[in-house]
Write a protein that binds this ligand. Sequence first.
Ligand code: 13P
Length: 261
Amino acid sequence: MRRKFIAGNWKMNHGPAATSEFFSKFGAELKDAKEVQEAVAAGTEEIAFFVPAVSLLTAVNVAKELPVIVGAENMHWEKSGAFTGETSGPMITEIGATHVLIGHSERRHIFRETDEELNKKVHAAIECGLVAVLCVGETLEEREGGKAFDVIKRQFVEGLKGIDGETLAHKMIIAYEPVWAIGTGKTASDADAEEVCGFIRGLAKENFCDKTAGELIILYGGSVKADNTKGIISQADIDGVLVGGASLKPDSFMQIVKNAL
Ligand code: 13P
């Protein structure tokens, strides 16, 4: 049985003060949610927050007593050097964060990150002990042009160059986020999301092995809300969700965490 992985991606929201306030409220919500506490303690559900770099230290400190994972939203592939404005993997681990998002669609499309750069980031993350969440997903134009599967295959294969099956299954997560469903209110239908996540599991089988494919955690992201969580999470190849807007408020995110149980 694969564990469920329920994650919030705060994007460029919540500085240190808002982070502190969020976790004190989320902690109170968690106290009342015995079923969530039990699932997390049993290792069947993980709750994670990907927060802005400036809020990482606060998040790690204020969430210390909570059974949640804190991760970064991006990192550079070099450990240090002349890369103004960037954050390295060792800086993230020094703070105490354990996970990192790699290649979120906003990084690919707004900041023009390439598959080659993202592959370097994946290697750098693994090397410094971070769990790397590699994001893949097609644009509306690519979907309408019948290219969705080709795009996802390219992002998967290029992003994972040089990575072995054990690493993929145990030190990585794949998140499928169709670009056209992000922040638009348009969720992929449960069947559409499952079709692509099943395709990704097939890629893991083809490029690695049955065992890796069976163990790989695959997430769906794109306009996930409390009321569509149950349908998405009940799909055979979807193990969790990556939530943007609805993860910014403790109560709406807790409802997603509960609905995913
Ligand atoms: P929304 O949930 O706001 O659509 O964002 C999805 C996303 O990009 C999560 O990484």
